[in-house]
Design a protein around this ligand. Structure first.
Ligand SMILES: Cc1ncc(COP(=O)(O)O)c(C=O)c1O
Length: 485
């Protein structure tokens, strides 16, 4: 390795030196100069080779550990992690394939959802958070206290836009997403699902076309189906999310009423759209007067310290409708979500009232108190760290037990893993066989209106512990049987 002359790198003069060192080593790992399992130079040696300080190398190695490229082995040194190959960054986009379709994926999805409530099953299927990582005792106490302190509010309707205290707390938190909004710009909902449902209802009429990522979170397909809409699947990559090139092509050739997109740590790919791409997406849709419905439910679950912005941060005109909830971080059963409806606010408030009058008051009050005084940031720091570890460990275990040629995503947030197996593996058959072993999973075809992803599955890493290694081995074994390996 040659010496490191300057502090600049391809990223420019402001890149800290340790990041340049880390990037340089990451490139060597990418180019397979260092292979999985290889020992990389000791801190002292690399410091000598690159003529940088010991501390710089230490920080670079820590960063590479965060990126799951290196692992420290006590008394032995740093080693390249045993990873599976990534899902490739560039999808094979054949624009001529992009055309709207009617949707019908109902039964399989309902089965997967019902599975999530069965205590005897290993929960690799639904993207539910691990209850051990929810602040159950604290939020429960706050719920009881709020009932005692505000008995009348607690049992009253909180007509749209919903509980003022909660909206004020959400408005404060939205600053982290780059959004400067007032409490009055927010409407509380019954979870994020209702927020997306209201947004689609406000914009679309039966027969309209909605552009979604592909693979797409299956509940979006169900909402689209229920409203009599058509889905236009736009290829997405792990690195960038929805392909804006494919979207542009699709918009040129189709009449699209809305775009529905998970911008941060998408489900199932775990993709986080880079900031520049978010801005481009917002501008593209603004210029064509097509609303963007943004689902940011995983935005608080990034493994980096810095929270990614919402696309809404780039919205100047109210064309972006931001939807989210506390279902992944605090309490899915409380059903507390919200929507920032932009220019659709009057219609969304009207629909919310028509559909169910108001979101539940007790859980809104408890969430407001939790956000104000419950240590939400501290809680997030903890669960982000734990989920990062679970995601890394489970993806390594997949590498040990799944058929040769299997590839897995490497998300930087959330807890979903998208696993692409050899072509011979049929995910629907694997689902049925796994269920006999009391294992659930989400088969690839439910993430598409057109039955794509037959050899893919989504696995939930939220419950991962070493004790599940045997279960994963069983699942990998079932997949191997289909390959004949
Ligand atoms: C991307 C995404 N949006 C929405 C939801 C549902 O959110 P809620 O439970 O708040 O309705 C989920 C749950 O899995 C999800 O993954």
């Amino acid at each position: 390795m040659d010496s490191m002359q300057t502090q600049t790198s391809h990223k420019g003069a402001h890149t800290p030196l340790y990041v340049s060192v880390a990037d340089r080593l990451a490139r060597m790992i990418d180019q397979q100069t260092f292979l999985p399992g290889d020992r990389v130079p000791s801190i002292r040696n690399l410091s000598r080779q690159l003529k940088v300080s010991i501390n710089t190398v230490k920080e670079a190695y820590a960063l590479l550990e965060d990126r799951r490229l290196l692992e420290a082995r006590p008394q032995s040194g740093y080693y390249v992690c045993n990873r599976l190959p990534d899902i490739p960054a560039d999808p094979e986009i054949a624009p001529s394939d992009i055309s709207p379709t009617g949707v019908s994926i109902g039964e399989m999805v309902e089965m997967i959802m019902r599975n999530s409530g069965e205590p005897g099953l290993v929960q690799f299927g639904c993207a539910i958070p691990n209850p051990d990582l929810l602040p159950i005792a604290k939020i429960g106490r706050m719920l009881a206290n709020e009932a005692r302190l505000r008995p009348v509010d607690h049992v009253s309707y909180t007509m749209p836009p919903g509980c003022k205290r909660l909206r004020t707390e959400i408005a404060k938190r939205l600053l982290d997403c780059g959004c400067t909004v007032k409490a009055r710009d927010i409407v509380t909902t019954t979870g994020c699902s209702e927020a997306v449902f209201l947004a689609l209802q406000a914009i679309c009429r039966p027969g309209d076309t909605v552009a979604v990522e592909s693979p797409v979170y299956f509940n979006f397909l169900q909402l689209i189906q229920t409203l009599g809409l058509r889905a236009l699947e736009i290829p997405a990559t792990q690195r960038e999310g929805m392909s804006l090139e494919a979207l542009r092509y699709a918009l040129d050739h189709n009449r699209v009423k809305a775009v529905l997109c998970i911008t941060n740590f998408s489900n199932p790919l775990g993709a986080c759209m880079p900031e520049e791409r978010k801005r481009e997406l917002v501008n593209l849709l603004e210029s064509r007067d097509i609303p963007l419905i943004e689902d940011d439910i995983h935005g608080d679950l990034g493994f980096d310290n810095e929270r990614p912005l919402a696309a809404k941060a780039y919205d100047q005109t109210g064309n972006v409708i931001l939807c989210s909830s506390f279902s992944k971080t605090v309490a899915p059963g409380y059903r507390v979500g919200w929507i920032v409806p932009g220019r659709f606010q009057p219609e969304i408030e009207r629909l919310k009232m028509v559909v169910n009058l108001a979101a539940a008051a007790p859980t809104q009050l408890a969430l407001a108190e939790f956000l104000a005084n419950g240590g939400y940031d501290h809680h997030l720091r903890h669960i982000r760290r734990v989920y990062a570890q679970k995601v890394a460990e489970m993806s390594e275990a997949i590498g040990r037990h799944f058929p040769a040629g299997t590839r897995v995503t490497r998300p930087q947030g959330g807890f979903c893993l998208w696993v692409e197996m050899p072509d011979e593996v049929d995910a629907l058959r694997l689902y049925a066989r796994a269920l006999k072993h009391k294992i659930t999973l989400a088969p690839g075809p439910v993430f598409s209106a057109t039955g794509k992803f037959r050899n893919c599955i989504r696995l939930n890493a939220a419950f991962w512990t070493d004790r599940l290694e045997g279960t994963l081995k069983t699942l990998g074994g079932l997949a191997k049987e289909m390959v004949g390996s």
